[in-house]
Design a binder for this molecule. Sequence first.
Ligand SMILES: [Zn+2]
Length: 214
Amino acid sequence: MDEIDIRFCCESFTKYSNLINKTDEIICPECSKHYVNIKETLKIPINREKILRKEVELFFEKLELSNINKCIERQFNEITFQIDIQCESLIEKINNYRIELIEKVKKNRNDIIRQLDKSKIVNKISKNLYIEEFEKTKNLFDKLKIEEDTKQKLKEKERMENEIKDEIDKYKFLKPEKNIEIEEIVGVFVATKLLKKNLTRESIQNGYFKYYLI
Ligand SMILES: [Zn+2]
């Protein structure tokens, strides 16, 4: 812009940069023989056309540089990126918590199995041993004794198994009582719209806009 040649009424030329930020009237910087009204000089069609031509050229350059397609891509890519980051972070949290819960479940299951393994009653009773012992016993009273003892042990075993069943029934997975909507956890995609027109930058920052779910 500064390099545009501006013509004076004396037919001499000066650079546009020599005229900006000057008072309205100056002595002709080229011939020094007359006064020049800057505003009027710039309005002369030959000068005005040059200025406009340059303005249009600069405008084209500015818009080419700002490249609206790139702006659109950048904005929506950024939103997509934020959605991905948020979801990945939540997936990681959920998975870590899942592992933690499963570890607790395993630990409790193992504790009960260990408790069962330690039990003498459970380990003592074996159907094979009973059959073996029974078969080598000929005396009826001895047989009765074996059967009574075994029945007693089986009753004890059953009692213990029932206790364990009652205990394991106490363990549960509870889902959250409140039904949490996915939007509350992940977030939402929104557009903002100003509630009033002609707002100042300050009032915009103070939240004079509304979110619209998309
Ligand atoms: Zn002059």
